[in-house]
Design a protein. Structure first.
Length: 387
C-alpha cells in the first residue's frame, strides 16, 4: 500500500475508507473519547480498533468496549499499527491521552519512528483538553486530518515543530561506556518506569537516567530504587520504554465479569513475579501467587475483574502505581521484612511450584498452608492479612 492509495480512496465517495484505530492507554478510554472517536470515524468508513499497550485492557473491559476494541493480544502500539499496515488499511489513527502535550507528542514521535515507511498515520492527543491536538505524521493526510480536527475541536500541530521540541527536551546521549537519557514531561514525586518496572522516583522536573554497560547506575533529578534496578537487569536505554506517573489515573468502578463454570476436580494456580508480564493470561486461574508490592497491586486490581483471588508476597516497598487498587475476596497478603519478597518468591517457585509457572492443586486451603509453611521456614518475621 502506498500513500497515494489512501488519498485516492478518500476521493471515491462510493468506496468508504478502511480505517484502523490504535487505542493507547487507559485515559483515552476512561475519558469516553475512545468511543466518541470511533463513532465519528465510522461516518467515513469501516473502523477496526485494536489496543496498543497493556493497562488500557482493563479500561476497555470496564467500559464494556471489548467487542469494539480488540484486546485479545498484548501488543505494543507500533506492533498494532504494523498489523494494520499488513492488512492494507487506508488510514491509521493513534489515539492517546498523555499527561501533557509534550509527553503525548514524544510518545507519538517514537511510535512513528518504529512504523514502516509510508505508514498513513494520524495521532489524536489529549482530546477535550485545552492543549488537545491532532498530528498528521503522514503529510499527505493533512486534508483529511483537518476535517477530523474540526469535528473534535482540536488544534493541528506540525510534526516538524514536535521534533524540534523533543530534541530540545528529551534525548539520549553516549559518553564512553555511559548512556544518558533525558526524560521529557516529568513532574516531581512521580514513579519512573523502565520496561514496566519502577526504577525510581523523580525529585524534580529535570530527570536524566544514567546507565553503564546496560545497567542503570543513577538518576539525575531523581531517587534510584535499587530493588527495581536489580529486577530490571541489563537494558538498552535508548530503546527502553520509559513512563512516568501512574499506570492508571482514573478512579473508576471496576466491572467484574461472570466467573467461568469450572467442573474440573483440580484447581489451577499460577506464580507471577513480574508486573510487566501479561497478567491477563492468568484470568482463568483459580488463584495467583504474586511476588512484589507493585506486582501484587497491579495483578490484584486486574484479576479482581475475573474474580481471581491472589496470595501477595510483599515487603512494604510499595510504589503507588494506580490511583485505587481492588482485590478479590479470598485473597491473602503476606508482609515480609524489607527486601525479602524476591528471596521468598524463589523458594516458593522451586519448593512449591517445582520451578514451573503453574501447577494443579486439589484444595486451596491446603495450598495456602503449604505456602505459609515455606515462609515460616524462611523467616519468623511476617504478617498475614486476609481479604
Amino acid at each position: 500500500m502506498t500513500k497515494n492509495n489512501c488519498t485516492k480512496r478518500s476521493m471515491l465517495k462510493d468506496k468508504p475508507l478502511l480505517i484502523g484505530l490504535v487505542v493507547h492507554g487507559p485515559e483515552i478510554v476512561d475519558s469516553g473519547y475512545a468511543a466518541k472517536i470511533i463513532e465519528i470515524l465510522q461516518n467515513y468508513g469501516e473502523v477496526k480498533a485494536r489496543l496498543g499497550g497493556t493497562m488500557g485492557r482493563t479500561a476497555v473491559l470496564d467500559a464494556q468496549l471489548e467487542s469494539i476494541i480488540d484486546i485479545s493480544q498484548k501488543l505494543l502500539p507500533s506492533q498494532s499499527i504494523n498489523k494494520f499496515v499488513e492488512e492494507g488499511l487506508d488510514i491509521i489513527f493513534l489515539i492517546n491521552y498523555g499527561k501533557s502535550s509534550l509527553t503525548g507528542h514524544t510518545f507519538g514521535f517514537k511510535v512513528w519512528n518504529n512504523c514502516p515507511v509510508n505508514t498513513p498515520l494520524i495521532q489524536i492527543e489529549r482530546p477535550g483538553e485545552d492543549d488537545g491536538s491532532l498530528v498528521a505524521w503522514s503529510s499527505d493526510l493533512e486534508k483529511f486530518a483537518v476535517i477530523i480536527a474540526k469535528e473534535l475541536n482540536l488544534e493541528m500541530i506540525n510534526p516538524k515543530a514536535i521534533v524540534t521540541e523533543i530534541n530540545s527536551k528529551s534525548r539520549c546521549t553516549q559518553e564512553n561506556l555511559k548512556s544518558y537519557r533525558k526524560i521529557a514531561g516529568v513532574s516531581p514525586k512521580e514513579n519512573l518506569f523502565v520496561n514496566g518496572i519502577v526504577v525510581g522516583k523523580s525529585t524534580s522536573s529535570e530527570v536524566t537516567i544514567v546507565a553503564e554497560d546496560g545497567i542503570i547506575i543513577g538518576i539525575n533529578g531523581g531517587e534510584i530504587k535499587g530493588h527495581g534496578i536489580q529486577k530490571l537487569g541489563k537494558i538498552d536505554l535508548r530503546k527502553s520504554i520509559i513512563k512516568t506517573g501512574l499506570l492508571r489515573k482514573s478512579v473508576v468502578k471496576p466491572r467484574v465479569l461472570e466467573s467461568l463454570n469450572k467442573c474440573n476436580s483440580s484447581l489451577n494456580v499460577a506464580l507471577l513475579n513480574h508486573a510487566a508480564e501479561d497478567i491477563y493470561k492468568f484470568k482463568n486461574m483459580d488463584m495467583v501467587v504474586t511476588v512484589g508490592d507493585d506486582t501484587t497491586l497491579v495483578a490484584a486490581d486486574i484479576l479482581y475483574r475475573f474474580n481471581v483471588p491472589i496470595i501477595g508476597i510483599t515487603d512494604g516497598d510499595l510504589d503507588k502505581v494506580v490511583q485505587k487498587g481492588f482485590i478479590a475476596t479470598g485473597s491473602v497478603i503476606v508482609e515480609l521484612e524489607s527486601g525479602c519478597d524476591d528471596y521468598v518468591g524463589k523458594k516458593i517457585l522451586f519448593e512449591l511450584f517445582n520451578g514451573k509457572e503453574t501447577m494443579k492443586i486439589e484444595n486451596i486451603e491446603n495450598f495456602k498452608n503449604e505456602l505459609i509453611q515455606i515462609i515460616n521456614n524462611t523467616t519468623e518475621r511476617y504478617n498475614i492479612k486476609y481479604k
